[in-house]
Design a protein around this ligand. Structure first.
Ligand code: GZL
Length: 320
């Protein structure tokens, strides 16, 4: 009986081992690595947005490099540069303000990494610096707030405004939309306007200052660019001995659970929904971009308007 030559045996063994290893590698595709720079944790909306993004990445087995910028643009730029250094597959971020991004976006483009904007827009001279954006129509949200207030007040209101972060897309566009609605209602005018930076604490501080001014008694309505500032303002209005939702009609934006609870308590009158739970849509876009597939230049988020007449029925269904 002839034995198999040793050399042939070792060749066959190593060929089988190689085939087995490459088959193993073929079965486990490379994990997608995504760098995400988040603005911060300034509001209930933002934390719900972060929860949605992290949960969806985990569900899809995506390696998410997540950085919280504490609402500072310089921290976001540092994070974006670290994602380049790490060689991530896709970069996504929610820009705290609209401007100041061109240099770092050019560095990302030079590194050949695609960029997806989440939630807020940027103003750049070269639209190729990002692939797509998923976010709400902030002008429409402001319009909806103004139109609701016009219906509620019969087109007569002396309005205080709590503005979001200066220079941010939602602050600029919500104001624009609200003022479009006011242009159709000459009996409505903004008499005070100041930023509360989307936080409850600053919303309270600014409302306290509004209510200390000599003409405070003229104010009949408040437009807050987000619910967190409205909830802070409600505290200030009560501490000034006034009834929020009655002495001062309040309309805000986001649709967080706290706003529905305030409406049920009769302290807030309307919230325009701005859906933060965009994780599934965001990663659909990111996976398509990573695969080199074409995607729309903009993906809008669906949202509604809820006022005091609907709050009690809607509250149990709120998920953020
Ligand atoms: C809107 C988002 C805003 C929310 C605020 O899409 O950018 O930022 O309205 C949040 O609550 O701080």
């Amino acid at each position: 009986m002839h034995s198999i030559p040793r050399r042939l045996l070792s060749l066959v063994t190593s060929a089988l081992a190689l085939a087995a290893t490459s088959a193993l590698f073929a079965q486990t595709p490379k994990k997608l690595v995504v760098g995400f720079s988040q603005i911060g944790a300034e509001s209930g909306w933002r934390t719900a947005n972060t929860d949605s993004i992290k949960a969806e990445a985990a569900k899809r087995g995506i390696d998410l490099k997540f950085a919280d910028a504490q609402q500072k643009q310089e921290n976001q730029i540092k994070a974006l540069r670290s994602f380049i250094a790490q060689g991530v597959d896709v970069i996504a971020f929610s820009p705290v303000v609209e401007t100041g991004w061109e240099p770092v976006l050019r560095e990302i483009k030079a590194a050949g990494i695609p960029v997806v904007l989440s939630d807020r827009a940027v103003k750049v001279s070269d639209p190729s610096l990002f692939v797509t954006i998923i976010g709400s129509d902030f002008v429409e949200e402001g319009r909806r707030a103004g139109e609701w207030l016009a219906r509620k007040t019969g087109g007569k209101a002396v309005i205080a405004e709590l503005v979001g972060t200066p220079g941010s897309a939602p602050a600029i566009d919500r104001k624009k939309g609200f003022e479009e609605a006011l242009a159709k209602n000459p009996g409505m005018k903004i008499v005070k306007s100041q930023s509360g930076n989307f936080t409850r604490a600053e919303g309270k501080q600014v409302m306290e200052a509004f209510l200390k001014a000599p003409d405070a008694k003229d104010i009949t309505a408040l437009f807050a660019h987000n619910d967190d500032m409205a909830l802070g303002a409600i505290q200030a209005i009560e501490e000034a001995g006034l009834k929020p939702g009655k002495d001062i009609v309040i309309v805000s934006i986001d649709g967080v659970k706290g706003a529905f609870e305030a409406m049920v308590a009769g302290k807030l009158n309307c919230t325009v929904e701005c859906n933060p739970q965009i994780g599934p849509q965001l990663f659909d876009l990111i996976e398509k971009v990573a695969a080199g597939q074409k995607v729309p230049a903009r993906v809008a988020v669906k949202e509604g308007v809820f006022d005091e007449t609907q709050a009690a029925a809607e509250l149990p269904h709120r998920t953020y």
